[in-house]
Design a protein around this ligand. Sequence first.
Ligand SMILES: [Zn+2]
Ligand SMILES: [Zn+2]
Length: 147
Amino acid sequence: MLRRIFLSLAMVSLLSVSANAADIDVSNAKCPVSKTKPAVAGQSVDYNGAKVFLCCGNCKKAFSKDPAKFAARANAQLVATKQAKQKCCPLTGGKLNGSTVITVAGAKVCFCCNNCKGKAEGKKGDAQVDLVFGKKAFKKAFKVSEK
Ligand SMILES: [Zn+2]
Ligand SMILES: [Zn+2]
């Protein structure tokens, strides 16, 4: 009986260790430089108090040289990898309405109302990513999680 208790305790501690070590799930992450290729766990750079993942060594170099150029997509990736959490509407700072969720650059994002959702949906490509995850919007509406 004691032995069983000990074993289950050991398993619980193993599980919690691996939950920490398995840190970041990059399965939804797209490389912010190539924009379309999947990011890989082995190509990461420290960014904004978190980590951003690239698809290859070349993109890693390009990103390290000029992170600001790729900031909006890197910010989106922080959300897609759950390293950043959304606090409010990126357009207005208003309270989030869960029924307005859309996916931008691989990241799920909510707005305060259908009007804001419509504005975001009306944009395409970089313009859409910039609107939702650009420097100002990200600072207003998202918070990088504490480690
Ligand atoms: Zn690449
Ligand atoms: Zn709104």
